[in-house]
Design a protein around this ligand. Structure first.
Ligand code: DGL
Length: 280
């Protein structure tokens, strides 16, 4: 399926919801000429508390859909799906380049002065082998304080990024970390960069938050360049959005979260995978 790739084909990116838009934002900045297909699996959000095998099956179905619509490379713009499925995706589609997310433990360990780092991510991300390997490899001599931020993903999906509920969740999570002397906070879920202003208001400017999105965009650029798949056409790339939830909800959030508008097509999960609905 991937043998006849042309550089004009789109990048595919997916997340359980709007979180991957924080990655898409960085990709748009670095690679403005690339066409992108973005798929939000909002029928299944949140992924965080779900079983790994289910998240892996969703990731397979989404990847089939994106490849079927011409994706030349897939960005797994979701830490949880990366933790649950990235390895299996690479095995199942050996000819497809994947870019995955991992909590930025290594950069955090490099910049912390206090040697105390907070990591915010979902339960599946924390329980995966990927995270254990990162901590094992890069967090020697560093103390890590973890939180799964219960309810935060759902609140961010509502789109009111400075709501009292978001502030309350983050205060509950960050205050104990600050009391422990944490000076660096890793955003290990792609939803969380949208609430950086609230996080910084709580932590103050001395605490650094690490958003991995720019590094993911650079990795995407590197892989495309390696394959000679960077789009040579120098006009703005087109964005196409898909969701397995209500299209109007995602469409309404795009200007605020991405700073762009776009048409969203509705999808439905069927026994053979994802299919378009409403003629979308
Ligand atoms: N945005 C996803 C991540 O990066 C998780 C959200 C969810 O729990 O669905 O982990």
């Amino acid at each position: 399926m991937q043998s006849e790739i042309s550089s004009h084909q789109p990048i595919g990116a997916f997340d359980s919801g709007v979180g991957g838009l924080s990655v898409l934002r960085a990709i748009r900045e670095l690679l403005p000429h690339e066409h992108v297909l973005y798929l939000a699996d909002q029928a299944h959000i949140p992924y965080g508390p779900r079983q790994k095998a289910h998240i892996r099956d969703f990731s397979f179905g989404i990847t089939d859909f994106l490849l079927g619509h011409g994706a030349k490379l897939i960005v797994v713009a979701c830490n949880t799906a990366s933790a649950a499925a990235l390895h299996d995706l690479r095995v199942r589609y050996p000819e497809v380049p994947f870019v995955g997310m991992e909590p930025a433990v290594k950069p955090a360990a490099a910049v912390t002065h206090s040697g105390r780092v907070g990591v915010l991510a979902t339960p599946t991300t924390f329980s995966g082998d990927l995270y254990a390997a990162l901590v094992d490899r890069f967090a020697k001599g560093i103390e890590i304080f973890q939180s799964t931020c219960p309810g935060l993903v759902e609140e961010i999906e509502r789109g009111d990024l400075e709501s009292p509920a978001i502030r309350a969740i983050l205060e509950g999570v960050l205050s104990p970390m600050l009391a422990e002397g944490v000076d660096t906070v890793v955003l290990g879920c792609t939803h969380y960069p949208f609430v950086i202003p609230v996080i910084q208001a709580i932590t103050g400017p001395e605490v650094r938050t690490i958003d991995p999105a720019p590094a993911i965009a650079r990795q995407t650029q590197r892989l495309l360049a390696e394959h000679a798949w960077l789009n040579p056409v120098k006009v703005a790339g087109e964005l196409q959005f898909f969701t397995s939830g209500p299209p109007a909800g995602l469409e309404g959030l795009l200007p605020r979260l991405l700073g762009e508008t776009g048409k969203v097509s509705g999808l439905a999960w069927q026994s053979q995978g994802l299919a378009k609905i409403n003629g979308g």
